[in-house]
Write a protein that binds this ligand. Structure first.
Ligand SMILES: N[C@@H](CCC(=O)N[C@@H](CS)C(=O)NCC(=O)O)C(=O)O
Length: 261
């Protein structure tokens, strides 16, 4: 297992939050190593990164090999997550907060914890958490039919040991070969994004909740970031061309709003 440490944000990085958060210990986010410069690629671990950065909270990232997630998460006392069949599985993201002693598993539970513990700059404005929870799984439903080709690309950016582990694990649910219906997957993905585009057409502002930024926009952006990071350049260009360039724009807008651009 490879575990690396990288200080991502200094305490009180954002001047507007300096007085509020300068006495805090940095929170620790567990994310997945890759062979890409800067490592990050996973949409699930990107979600808490976006939230932490949006709220101006100090944090450090600990990078774990995909093949070592369960050993590392057990070792820090994280709770297992649930597979779709109900069995236990250790996953990242996990967030450890030395200010409260909390160790939280699962991107949505981390978002909920951060909102309750650090309510400044809400990510679930106007009591929208129940609706955004439903959105989180509906949005994944748009992508799931096309996920095989994205898994193929994800395996390509992992270390050989982690790629083998990842393929072995995911192929239990989605049998290999993953790239056999490549064109079909792309049609399904485009269809999914046409639906997401219709959702955005129903709002008057830039965000899914009009002029109000929320966790829902971060969820959309984190999957787009996944494609941008793991896919071939021409594949990301293809996605960027859908719906009049909407998706490259959403990613750029959310990254800017979260001070990650
Ligand atoms: N619903 C979970 C999904 C987390 C998840 O599936 N994480 C993957 C990495 S992106 C993982 O840790 N998998 C380990 C395994 O399945 O053994 C969340 O949103 O945090």
């Amino acid at each position: 297992m490879k575990l690396s440490f990288e200080k991502e944000y200094k305490v009180g990085r954002s001047p507007s939050n300096l007085s509020q958060y300068s006495m805090m210990l940095p929170l620790v986010l567990y994310d997945i190593l890759s062979e890409l410069p800067g490592n990050n690629w996973s949409p699930n671990t990107a979600k808490p990164r976006f939230v932490l950065s949006y709220k101006g909270l100090p944090f450090v990232t600990l990078w774990v090999e995909y093949s070592g997630i369960s050993i590392a998460m057990k070792a820090i006392g994280a709770k297992p997550n649930k597979r779709r069949d109900g069995s236990d599985v250790y996953t990242v993201p996990v967030l450890s907060d030395p200010n409260t002693g909390a160790v939280i598993t699962d991107s949505l539970e981390i978002a909920s914890y951060l909102e309750k513990t650090y309510p400044e700059k809400p990510i679930f404005p106007n009591n929208s958490e129940p609706l955004i929870r439903a959105f989180d799984s509906d949005h994944l439903g748009l992508i799931r039919p096309a996920i095989k080709s994205i898994y193929t690309r994800s395996a390509e950016i992992l270390s050989p040991a982690s790629a083998k582990f990842f393929i072995g694990l995911r192929s239990k649910d989605i049998p290999l070969p993953w790239d056999a219906n490549y064109d079909e997957d792309w049609d399904l993905l485009e269809k999914g994004y046409n639906t997401a585009y219709e959702w955005y057409q129903k709002t008057d502002g830039k965000w899914l909740m009009g002029d109000t930024f929320s966790y829902a926009d971060m969820v959309v952006a984190c999957y787009l970031l996944w494609y941008k990071r793991v896919m071939k350049e021409e594949e990301w260009v293809r996605i960027s061309s859908w719906n009049g360039g909407k998706w490259a724009q959403v990613l750029a807008d959310v990254e800017k709003e979260c001070k990650l651009a």
